[in-house]
Design a protein around this ligand. Structure first.
Ligand SMILES: Cc1cc2nc3c(=O)[nH]c(=O)nc-3n(C[C@H](O)[C@H](O)[C@H](O)COP(=O)(O)OP(=O)(O)OC[C@H]3O[C@@H](n4cnc5c(N)ncnc54)[C@H](O)[C@@H]3O)c2cc1C
Ligand code: FES
Length: 350
């Protein structure tokens, strides 16, 4: 088992309640935990001897001198969020598989001129890290935040965002939307309001603009459809989904369901095990006691992302990898099946 090498222990060094039912947890650890703005930490917790995993977006920025922090909203009847919000204390330790996710800035980010962030409620968490990183690290890039909440009082990072607005006049534009506003046309985000906001704030061609969206599913769908309908290229829109439902099964099965071997290069170690359909590579790894990174197990979060070095992978579901990422041979082990022969995958967690 490679469990000990993959799991890291974090100590809680600070807890602040930003608004009622939403807390920021800061951590330190013996080894430096590397991350990119927009990523999340996946925590591991044991409940009745069963391992559960929950992911929380990192709110700190890697380019600022900030402690590693995540933001957690208390979910009514939620198992892990209630445990953190109601009982966690400074000094407590939590286990994590480290940072993951691809809701991040692209490698060629300096080619872009503007970023629009659309956030609703606790969807601000990864966006808060991203916007601080862009404002501090990329002085040429203009930043727009469209941020929806139920009310002024229920707005996470309200005072912090107002401070950032003062620090970057002319480069950071924030539009707060509150559902309880009397002027209904400006209360909840809707198609025409998005179009008006694009007209008001857009300063660059859409090809040079990136759009990041995080919020409830219906909110993200509205933003995505409206942007695409207004000629924003699909590849310039990125979404982060917090609520993971079971993977929808594709009607089709892989073109080849015979047994193949997966060779996995995990950081500096090599593992190999047999994968037989209907098991995915991740399911087969679990059976072989090889501990790989994952969170949703549903093709929706990218925690289990790997680079396919040899062979071919068929995905039963994929809501996270773009066409470009698939062309670059990135794959998901949780919904990935080897086809037409053995495969070799590279997974980096550090
Ligand atoms: C990539 C990713 C990033 C995430 N980032 C954050 C973050 O920054 N902050 C944060 O608070 N949460 C975040 N989440 C959600 C978080 O991982 C948990 O799903 C959430 O805290 C609920 O876990 P729980 O154990 O408390 O509830 P569970 O016991 O798992 O679920 C209880 C009930 O709540 C519903 N539920 C689960 N998640 C949510 C949700 N987010 N909103 C409303 N209802 C929900 C479930 O459908 C279920 O009915 C993220 C999730 C993903 C996949
Ligand atoms: S674990 Fe979430 S996409 Fe594979």
């Amino acid at each position: 088992m490679n469990e000990n090498k993959l799991y890291k222990t974090l100590r809680i060094t600070n807890i602040t309640e930003n608004i009622k039912g939403f807390k920021i947890f800061s951590f330190d650890s013996d080894e430096v935990l590397k991350y990119k703005a927009g990523q999340y930490l996946t925590f591991i917790h044991y409940e009745h001897n069963e391992e559960i995993r929950r992911s929380y977006s990192i709110t700190s920025s890697p380019v600022l001198n900030e402690s590693l922090s995540v933001g957690v909203k208390r979910i009514e009847n939620g198992l892990f969020s209630r445990l953190l919000i109601d009982t966690a204390e400074i000094g407590d330790e939590v286990k994590t598989i480290g940072a993951g996710g691809i809701f991040i800035l692209p490698d060629n980010f300096e080619n872009y001129e503007q970023v629009f962030f659309f956030a609703a409620g606790s969807g601000i968490t990864p966006i808060y890290s991203l916007l601080k990183t862009v404002l501090d690290g990329y002085k040429r890039v203009d930043v727009v935040l469209i941020y929806s909440n139920a009310s002024y009082e229920k707005t996470i990072f309200l005072s912090e965002l107002k401070e950032i607005e003062k620090k970057f006049p002319g480069r950071f534009h924030v539009k707060f939307l509150f559902s309880n506003t009397i002027e209904l046309s400006k209360a909840r985000l809707h198609r025409n309001l998005i179009i008006d906001l694009l007209k008001e704030f857009s300063i660059a061609e859409y090809a040079q603009t990136l759009f990041y969206i995080c919020g409830p599913e219906a909110y993200m769908r509205l933003c995505t459809y409206t942007l695409q309908e207004n000629d924003v290229p699909k590849s310039n829109i990125k979404r982060e989904d917090f609520v993971i439902n079971a993977a929808k099964k594709r009607d089709a099965s892989p073109p080849d369901t015979t047994l193949h071997t997966a060779f996995i290069r995990l950081n500096e170690e090599m593992f190999n095990f047999e994968v037989h359909y209907p098991d995915s590579i991740l399911q087969a790894a679990k059976k072989a006691n090889v501990v790989l990174p994952y969170s949703c197990e549903a093709g929706r979060c990218a925690s289990c992302i790997a680079k396919c070095l040899k062979g071919k992978i068929w995905h039963s579901y994929n809501e996270v990898l773009t066409e470009k990422e698939l062309e670059d041979n990135l794959v998901l082990t949780c919904v990935g099946h080897p086809v037409n022969g053995d495969v070799e995958l590279l997974i980096r967690t550090i």
